[in-house]
Design a protein around this ligand. Structure first.
Ligand code: SAM
Length: 288
């Protein structure tokens, strides 16, 4: 496994995913009953941005955050405001200055920050060093558990939760071509165990055919209502390999569509690179 999220922390895809995560958690929290937040591919939870300019072998690497969170750092209003306030608070708490981001949170920190005492977090990460960092980060939080384990196995093992409500974030590295089929089999099992659970799957928009193939196979699971939100920073003709990203959201919270499209449009408008930038949303499986 070569993937290190550190190099991508705070890029446009993180901005989109984390702003959407804030909206999704808010949507689930409209009900008083607590839920399990299961992060199947949790990462470290905290990233020091200045240290991402060098690879482990010492060679230089262009950081991705300046074209992402770096360009939104001073935004005060709009659909990203709650997310940006959280990220700025995280940066301040870690000792970062106000002018530019020095520290960026991962999805576990964002979810833990928003969790109520009735909510519970299960964070799974396969890399031992990242899982250890996560465990250290949350050692004082009684409603957070960290597991060094395969996230797909966790979807099978930890559902259904006693709360009977869950938000499952599946955010894999997509290093291998088998990722989509692993996601599908985890969703099959996850939905069998908790048909009413909310699942959010992040995926990159690279070659359109691959995403469409994934969506076709997903429909064969006969899944419950499913919303897709995609945002792009570049047109199909761009030399960029990843032109955008999407979230496939099963059983989305009520009326979340408007918030998510607003987030996607804002990220595309502020961070887009050409006139192919934009956002779209559609119901892959319509609400009844
Ligand atoms: N969710 C994180 C966030 O938003 O801050 C970022 C996750 S990153 C895209 C993917 C993570 O999955 C990496 O930290 C990687 O080490 C981890 N990983 C890779 N394969 C895994 C697996 N089978 N199970 C659990 N974690 C895995």
């Amino acid at each position: 496994m070569n993937y290190r999220h550190h190099f991508h922390a705070g890029n446009y895809a993180d901005v989109f995913k984390h702003a959407a995560l804030v909206a999704l958690i808010g949507g689930l929290q409209r009900k008083e009953k607590g839920f399990l937040y299961l992060d199947s591919h949790a990462g470290r939870g905290s990233y020091e941005l200045e240290s991402v300019t060098r690879r482990p072998d010492g060679s230089e690497r262009e950081p991705e955050w300046p074209a992402g969170i770096g360009r939104l750092w001073t935004e005060e209003r709009g659909p990203l405001a709650s997310y940006l306030n959280l990220v700025r608070r995280f940066n301040r708490e870690r000792g970062g200055g106000p002018a530019t981001p020095g520290f960026y949170p991962g999805s576990p920190w964002i979810a833990a920050e928003l969790a109520r005492p009735v909510d519970r977090l299960a964070l799974c990460e396969l890399r031992e060093d990242d899982a250890d960092a996560l465990a250290a980060e949350f050692r004082r939080r009684s409603n957070v558990s960290v597991r060094t384990m395969d996230g797909y196995t966790a979807v099978r093992a930890l559902l259904p939760p006693p709360e009977k409500r869950a938000l499952v974030l599946i955010d894999p590295p997509f290093e291998s071509s088998a990722e989509f089929s692993e996601i599908l089999s985890a969703l099959r099992e996850g939905l069998r165990r908790l048909p009413g659970g909310t699942f959010a799957v992040w995926y990159p928009v690279t070659e359109r055919a691959r995403t469409e193939g994934f969506q076709r196979e997903y429909l064969a699971l006969k899944p419950p209502p499913t919303l897709v939100v995609e945002m792009r920073i570049a047109s199909d003709g761009s030399a960029l390999r990843m032109k955008g990203c999407g979230l496939l959201i099963i059983n989305p919270p009520w009326k979340i569509e408007a918030d998510l499209i607003a987030i996607g449009r804002e990220v595309a408008a502020k961070l887009g690179l050409d006139d192919g930038a934009g956002a779209s949303t559609f119901w892959l499986v319509p609400e009844a």
